[in-house]
Design a protein around this ligand. Structure first.
Ligand SMILES: [Zn+2]
Length: 204
């Protein structure tokens, strides 16, 4: 299995489709604007041209968000095949309309509109929140550092405290404290257990 970290750009075809659809709608308005112009309705011309610009950008944004889910899934499936790894496709966090964090047992996957990055767990040394979305510093990001101390990535605008905690629980699983090993029979009990699940001995 290839356990290198994966950086992948989503095919431009999704973006180009959105741009094309936006352009077509814009051109329809501009066509109407030209007709209005030749018929002598000057003010109407400007209004239609403005609508054309607005519709173009609006529809582009709509289409990008609409195709997002399909693009994410196709991208992940393609990478599963390419690298022989299995990504649990259930997202741990979706932010805005375009950013999603996935993780499996071994991989952390971050997806936004244009790219998917996947990091192999053993290559990650730290996941830290280095800013918030609301502090106005435009530092709303999560920093991922590799085992050599090199900065690997900044995940912009997904920087909630609870996500940081959740990802760190995943990165550094809680080890059962020693005192929950039963002194009588040696069974390892759950951290909160008061009595041994195996023999009933009181645990300290
Ligand atoms: Zn016991």
């Amino acid at each position: 299995m290839n356990k290198k970290n994966i950086k992948h750009k989503i095919s431009l075809v999704y973006t180009l489709r959105g741009i094309l659809a936006g352009l077509i709608i814009s051109m329809c308005f501009f066509g109407l604007a030209v007709i209005a112009g030749t018929m002598g309705y000057g003010a109407v011309t400007y209004v239609l041209a403005g609508l054309g610009i607005t519709a173009g950008f609006g529809f582009l944004g709509f289409l990008l968000s609409f195709i997002k889910k399909g693009a994410v899934m196709k991208d992940i499936i393609r990478q599963e095949k390419q690298y022989g790894v299995s990504f649990d496709a259930s997202p741990v966090r979706e932010a805005g309309n375009s950013r999603t964090v996935f993780r499996s047992d071994d991989w952390l996957v971050f997806h936004d509109r244009m790219r998917t990055n996947a990091w192999y767990k053993d290559h990650i040394s730290a996941i830290e929140r280095v800013g918030s979305r609301t502090d106005g510093s435009r530092k709303g990001l999560m920093r991922i550092t590799d085992v050599d101390g090199k900065k690997m990535a900044m995940i912009y605008r997904i920087s909630e405290t609870d996500l940081e905690a959740e990802l760190n629980d995943w990165l550094h699983p809680v080890i059962i404290p020693e005192e929950n090993i039963c002194p009588k029979c040696g069974t390892v009990n759950e951290a909160e257990a008061q009595y041994c699940a195996e023999c009933g001995e009181k645990l300290n």
